[in-house]
Design a protein around this ligand. Structure first.
Ligand code: UD1
Ligand code: MG
Length: 454
């Protein structure tokens, strides 16, 4: 049974080729760290018992990454100093009671790995090692799989390989399923007599074979799914492949993506039917787009809940909800904590922060609405500003239903405008305005009641 297997993820490497202050496995592609993708694949392959080998730099983040990838818990083991992948596995095994079962070992820098490949390796019968390999274009920095006839004989790291061995195009993927007892015996015997003076996990292959143990190759159908990321050029290449994979998944699921090359997606997005995404658009952080909505071009949505039949053009929406039939943009910025109601219009150069706009409200041009609540059908004129900050504190502006706010009004919070009230163009509203009242000027003063039309 695959579910009983345990996993060890190697994530302690220095990642010197990234030339970064950030540990390699925490570098991100399509909105998640490399380590997140590896842990997600392990989770989706049905493995719950996970040990992550970390450095002191990575250790503080692994629990959060593990939980976010779907695990109920993860264990981490510190590898200090980092003496190679074989040493990393020694550290992991030292912290685990022998189980007598299978153990999956995989590199933390292979973010394109898919659960199907992990499962294929787990389901390879009773062998000492199921070794995942891939045929890959040369040149490559991967370890080469040296075969003796059909059988795997050993792995030679590119840096230690002869010219003849470098011509081998079958690579070691960095994904192994060992018989745990045999792995324990093999790692105990590793030496660091090689170009990098490291304890290579890959030396266990030759030593198992020499003892007459069975090493079964599992050749990946697509080498791209096992690409290791060692520098930033490889990171960008992996990100492009992953993004393409995400776009294809959603296109097959019924989303129209006009240009996948300039549409940037993340995992865990959800879409209703017949959504259209126009070019230069980034969708992230659990965004949901409802049916028949059109997003883009040139838009960025982060943690946005978009209703049905919504249009978002050339706009940015963060941590906010947009109701059905709303029209956002072009060039609007909806910031955190905003709730835009059904049929609302948010137009050109409008910034909204931590505000609610109720059904049918409109702010069509050039406005700032911060910490405000705008009632049903109220119209916010061009140039309207909520002066929500007094230099120390933020205050709320409450606008009732069917209110008409004249162009260039300044609503100095805290302030309330009653239902059906009106402000004249350029009004600076310092005091509350009652239901049906009208104010003009700076500071705004009441106008006499409108004469009765009769
Ligand atoms: C490794 C393999 C190589 C394989 C390639 C696939 C070895 C010796 N070589 O090479 O055969 O083709 O992956 O991508 O295993 N790590 C630790 N502790 C360490 C060193 C590394 O945890 O002391 C971790 C790294 O964080 C990384 C993984 O192990 O996630 C692999 O290390 P890396 O240095 O990237 O190995 P490669 O040179 O890519
Ligand atoms: Mg690597």
């Amino acid at each position: 049974m695959t579910a009983a297997a345990r996993a060890v993820v190697l994530a302690a490497g220095k990642g010197t080729r990234m030339k970064s202050a950030r540990p390699k496995v925490l570098h991100e592609l399509c909105g998640r760290s490399m380590l997140w993708y590896v842990l997600r694949a392990v989770h989706d392959a049905g493995i719950e018992d996970v040990t992550i080998v970390t450095s002191a730099e990575v250790a503080p983040y692994v629990v959060e990454v593990g939980l976010s990838a779907g695990h109920a818990s993860v264990r981490s083991v510190l590898q200090e100093p980092q003496l190679g992948t074989g040493h990393a596995v020694q550290m992991a095994l030292a912290g685990l009671a022998p189980s007598g079962g299978k153990i999956l070992v995989l590199n933390g820098d292979m973010p394109l790995v898919e659960p199907e490949l992990v499962r294929a390796a787990l389901e390879t019968g009773a062998v000492a090692l199921a070794l995942v390999t891939a045929r890959m274009p040369l040149p490559s920095s991967f370890g080469r799989v040296v075969r003796d006839g059909e059988r795997v004989a050993r792995i030679v790291e590119a840096r230690d390989a002869s010219a003849e061995e470098l011509d081998i195009d079958e690579m070691n993927a960095g994904l192994y399923v060992y018989d745990e007892a045999k792995l324990r015996a093999a790692v105990a015997e590793l030496s660091n007599d090689n170009a990098q003076a490291e304890y290579y996990l890959t030396d266990t292959i030759g030593s198992l074979v020499r003892r007459g143990e069975s090493v079964a190759p599992v050749v990946a159908g697509d080498y791209r799914s096992v690409l290791g990321v060692n520098d930033r050029a490889e990171l960008a290449a992996a990100a492009a492949l992953l993004n393409r994979r995400l776009c294809e998944h959603h296109m097959r699921d019924g989303v129209t993506i006009v240009d996948p090359a300039t549409t940037y997606l993340e995992p865990d997005l959800t879409f209703g039917t017949d959504v259209t995404i126009l070019p230069n658009t980034t969708l992230g952080r659990r965004t949901h787009v409802g049916a028949h909505s059109e997003i883009g071009p040139n838009s960025r949505l982060q943690n946005a809940r978009i209703g049905e039949h919504v249009v978002v053009a050339d706009s940015v929406i963060v941590d906010s909800t947009i109701g059905d039939f709303a029209y956002i943009g072009p060039w609007a910025h909806v910031r955190a904590g905003s709730e835009i109601g059904t049929g609302v219009r948010v137009g050109n150069f409008v910034e909204i922060k931590n505000s609610e706009l109720a059904h049918g409200a409109k702010a069509s041009h050039l406005a700032y609405l911060g910490d405000a609540s705008i009632g049903e059908r109220s119209n916010v004129g061009a140039g309207t500003i909520t002066a929500n900050f007094d230099g120390t504190n933020k205050h709320r502006t409450i606008v009732g239903k069917d209110v008409r706010i004249g162009s260039n009004s300044v609503l100095v919070a805290p302030v309330t405008l009653g239902d059906r009230s009106l402000t004249g163009a350029g009004a600076v509203v310092l005091r509350d305005v009652g239901d049906g009242d009208r104010v003009v000027g700076n500071p705004a003063r009441p106008l006499p009641p409108k004469p009765d039309p009769d």
